[in-house]
Design a protein around this ligand. Structure first.
Ligand code: MSP
Length: 649
C-alpha cells in the first residue's frame, strides 16, 4: 500500500514553535508506523515562502527577500533534522520545480474554464493573506481570524470559480464522512459551504514576491495568491507538471493541518483538485492549538515555547510522547513544564522504565542475562491473551488519529507486566525452588516489553530502539509481523544492562523567564584548559599523527550525580563513573544549557587524562566533550549506552 502523509508548509516569517513541532511529530509518527507495517510511505513537509507578509518581514530587516526566506527555511529544516524527523522531502515554495508545477496547474484551470479576469475590491488582512467580506469583520474593520487591522484593496485580479464547486463539495462531504477528521469538525465546514461560496481572487498585483503567471497569459504584473501557490505544494512535491513518477503517491492518505487552516484545506484545496481532475486526499485531519500555562502564545508576551529548548532540557522523545499523550487530537492543549514532568515521571519512569529495570535486574540475578520463553505458554497464556486484546484495538485509534487513546491503551500492557510481577513474585518462587515458574514470569514481561516497544516505536523511535537493544532484538517490519500480527514470542532474549532510561525529574528544568531576556546574558563556558606549556609537535599543516591523537584518553562516562555550583551561573559539579574505583569529579561550564537533574543517569564523553585543574576552588578531574555554535551548546554522547569507562577512538 502507498501512504502519503503531509504537514502544512510553514511560513518563513518566524522560527518554529511548539505548534509546528506538534504537527510535525504527529506526521512523523504516522509515517514511521506506516513504514514499520511495510507500507511504501512518503512524508512531506516544508516551507511556505511567498506573499506580502514575507516580503514585509524581510524589508523590516533590510534583507533581500530570498536571502531572508533561505535563512528561516533552513532553521525549520535544521530543527527537523535535529529532531530526527523522517521526512522524505522538504519542499520550499521558492523551488523552481514547484513554481513550474504551479504554473502548469494554473494553465490547466484556465483551460478548464475555471479562471477568469475581473476586479477585486475588499478588506484584506496581510497577516492572514485573506480577503474578508464586510459582514465578517470585527469592530473597527479588524480581521476575524487574527484581530489585526485590515485594509481596503482594489485591484485587477484573476478569479477561481469556487462557487461552481459548492454542490460537488457538499456531495463529497456527504459521501465521505471521514474526509474531515476529527468528525466533530465536519459540520463547521459543511455550514460554511452551505452559507455560499464566492469566487476566489487568485492573483495579486499589489506586490511581486510570488509565483508569476504562465508566460502564455502575458500578465507580468500578476503573481499567484499565496494560498493557491502553497496548497499546490502537495502535488508539485510529487513532480506534478514535471517528472510525475512520484504522482503514484497521490491521493494523499492524511493531510495534517491546524484547525485555523482547515477551511483552506477542506474547501479550496478539494475544489482546486476537482478543477485539475485529480482525486481528493482521503483525510484532512485538523488538530487544536497549544497554549502555554493556559495563555495564548505570542512574541510580545514572551511566552512562546521554543521546541528546541524543551527538547534540550527534557529530551525530544519525552517531549514527543507528552504532546501526543496529553491532548486528544483535535482539542486545544496546554503546555506546562509541570504536566510534562508528571507524564515523564508517572508514565515513562514509573510504568515503563521500572518494568524494564526489573526485567534487566531479574535476568541478571536468576539467569545470567539470558531469558528463555519456552515456559511462557504454560504459565501465562492469560496475560498474553489480554495483551493481544489491547494490541488488536490499537489500529482503530491510529486510524481515527486518537493518539492519546492509542498510548493510553498501549500503557495497559505495562500494567499487565507490573501486575504479573507482583502476583507471581519471581523472587519468592526462586527461594521455593520453582525456578521454571519464576523464569517464565520474567520471560512473559520481556515479551510484553518487546511487543509494546514495537508499537511505541513510531512515537519514541530512539528510546524504543535502545529498549530493544537492551532486550537483544531489533524493531523491524519482520519483528512487527512476528510479535504483533502473528502474536508470536521471542524465543530467547540476551539482555544488556543499561543505565535507567527515564530518571525522575523533580523540578522544572527550564527557566521561566522570557527567552529574549536570557539571550542577553553572555555565553561564556568555563572549561579546564589544556596545559599550554606542554610541548607537542604538530606538523606545519596542523596535522597530528595517530599516536599523538591516542595520547588523549577519551572515555564514556555515566553521570552519577550532578549539582549546581553555588554562586556560579555557569558551572555544574558532576560525579562521573569512568569504570574506575572512585567516580571522577568534573566541573563543567554547561549550566546554561543543561539542568543538573537532566544529566543524572545519562552518558557523556570525557577527556580522561587531562591534568586536574581547580575551578572556583573545586578540583576538576576531566573535561566533557561538547559542540557549540550560535544556537547553543550540546554534549556529545554515545548513540546507545555503553559500559562506563569504554574507550572512544
Ligand atoms: N503557510 C500556511 C500553511 C500552508 S499549507 C499549504 C500556514 N503556516 S503557519 O506557519 O502559520 O502555520 C502552520 C501550522 O502551524 C498551522 O497548521 C497552524 O495551525 C499551526 N499552528 C500555529 N500556531 C499554533 C499553535 N499555537 N498550536 C498548534 N498549532 C499551531 O498557516
Amino acid at each position: 500500500m502507498k501512504n502519503y502523509i503531509t504537514t502544512p508548509i510553514y511560513y518563513v516569517n518566524g522560527e518554529a514553535h511548539i505548534g509546528h513541532a506538534y504537527t510535525t511529530f504527529i506526521a512523523d509518527t504516522l509515517s514511521r508506523h506506516s513504514r514499520l507495517m511495510g507500507n511504501e510511505t512518503y512524508f512531506l513537509t516544508g516551507t511556505d515562502e511567498h506573499g506580502q507578509k514575507i516580503e514585509e518581514a524581510a524589508k523590516k530587516l533590510n534583507k533581500p527577500t530570498q536571502e531572508f526566506a533561505d535563512e528561516i527555511s533552513a532553521t525549520f529544516k535544521n530543527l527537523w533534522d535535529e529532531f530526527d524527523i523522517s521526512y522524505d522531502h522538504f519542499i520550499r515554495t521558492t523551488d523552481e520545480d514547484h513554481k513550474h508545477g504551479v504554473r502548469v496547474a494554473f494553465e490547466k484551470m484556465v483551460a478548464n474554464g475555471d479562471i477568469y479576469k475581473d476586479f477585486y475590491e475588499g478588506n484584506y488582512c496581510v497577516s492572514c493573506e485573506t480577503f474578508f467580506p464586510e459582514s465578517q469583520l470585527m469592530e473597527g474593520g479588524c480581521c476575524p481570524d487574527c484581530g489585526r487591522a485590515t485594509s481596503i484593496v482594489k485591484e485587477e485580479s484573476y478569479f477561481f470559480r469556487l462557487s461552481k464547486y459548492e454542490k460537488t463539495l457538499l456531495d463529497y462531504y456527504e459521501a465521505h464522512p471521514d474526509f474531515i477528521l476529527p468528525k466533530s469538525r465536519r459540520n463547521e465546514v459543511i455550514s460554511f459551504v452551505k452559507g455560499g461560496l464566492n469566487d476566489l481572487s487568485v492573483t495579486r498585483t499589489s506586490f511581486s514576491w510570488g509565483v508569476h503567471l504562465p508566460k502564455s497569459l502575458n500578465e507580468p504584473k500578476h503573481v499567484m495568491y499565496v494560498w493557491l501557490d502553497a496548497l499546490l505544494n502537495y502535488i508539485t512535491a510529487l513532480g506534478y507538471g514535471g517528472d510525475e513518477a512520484r504522482m503514484q503517491f497521490w491521493p494523499a492518505n492524511i493531510q495534517l493541518v491546524g484547525k485555523d487552516i482547515l477551511r483552506f484545506h477542506a474547501i479550496y484545496w478539494p475544489a482546486f483538485l476537482m478543477s485539475l481532475n485529480l482525486p481528493l486526499p482521503k483525510h484532512i485531519a485538523a488538530h487544536g492549538w497549544w497554549t502555554r500555562d493556559g495563555e495564548k502564545m505570542s512574541k510580545s508576551k514572551g511566552n512562546v515555547v521554543d521546541p528546541r529548548e524543551v527538547a534540550n532540557h527534557y529530551g525530544v522523545e519525552n517531549f514527543r510522547y507528552f504532546m501526543m499523550r496529553e491532548v486528544p487530537f483535535g482539542q486545544d492543549g496546554d503546555f506546562s513544564q509541570r504536566a510534562l514532568i508528571d507524564r515523564m515521571n508517572s508514565d515513562l519512569s514509573n510504568d515503563l522504565g521500572n518494568l524494564l529495570n526489573r526485567v534487566i535486574g531479574m535476568s541478571e540475578k536468576y539467569s545470567a542475562f539470558v531469558i528463555d520463553s519456552s515456559d511462557v505458554a504454560q504459565y501465562h497464556t492469560r496475560e498474553i491473551d489480554d495483551a493481544h486484546t489491547i494490541l488488536d484495538s490499537l489500529p482503530h485509534y491510529l486510524h481515527e488519529l486518537q493518539l492519546h487513546r492509542y498510548l493510553e491503551e498501549l500503557w495497559k500492557i505495562f500494567t499487565i507486566g507490573n501486575k504479573a510481577i507482583e502476583e507471581h513474585a519471581p523472587w519468592v518462587k526462586m527461594k521455593e525452588g520453582r525456578k521454571d515458574e519464576a523464569l517464565a514470569t520474567v520471560a512473559l514481561v520481556a515479551n510484553l516489553l518487546a511487543k509494546a516497544s514495537v508499537m511505541l516505536h513510531a512515537v519514541m523511535p530512539k528510546t524504543t530502539a535502545t529498549i530493544a537493544d537492551a532486550l537483544g532484538f531489533e524493531i523491524t517490519t519482520q519483528t512487527y509481523t512476528h510479535l504483533i500480527l502473528t502474536k508470536g514470542l521471542l524465543a530467547t532474549f540476551t539482555i544488556k544492562k543499561i543505565p535507567p532510561l527515564f530518571p525522575r525529574v523533580e523540578e522544572p528544568l527550564m527557566q521561566e523567564a522570557p527567552k529574549a531576556m536570557r539571550e542577553e546574558q553572555p555565553l561564556v563556558v568555563e572549561i579546564p584548559k589544556m596545559d599550554d606549556k606542554k610541548t607537542t609537535t604538530v606538523s606545519p599543516e596542523g596535522l597530528i599523527t595517530i599516536d599523538q591523537f591516542f595520547q588523549t584518553s577519551l572515555k564514556i562516562g555515566t553521570v552519577l550525580n550532578a549539582q549546581e555550583v553555588p554562586k556560579s551561573t555557569k558551572l555544574l559539579k558532576l560525579h562521573v563513573d569512568l569504570g574506575e574505583e572512585t567516580p571522577r569529579q568534573i566541573i563543567a561550564g554547561i549550566r546554561e544549557y543543561y539542568s543538573a537533574q537532566s544529566l543524572i543517569g545519562t552518558q557523556v564523553c570525557v577527556v580522561a587524562n587531562l591534568k586536574p585543574a581547580k575551578l572556583m576552588g573545586m578540583l576538576s578531574e576531566g573535561m566533557l566533550l561538547a559542540a557549540k555554535d550560535s544556537e547553543g551548546l550540546c554534549l556529545i554522547r554515545p548513540s546507545t549506552s555503553r559500559r562506563a569507562g569504554s574507550s572512544i577512538g
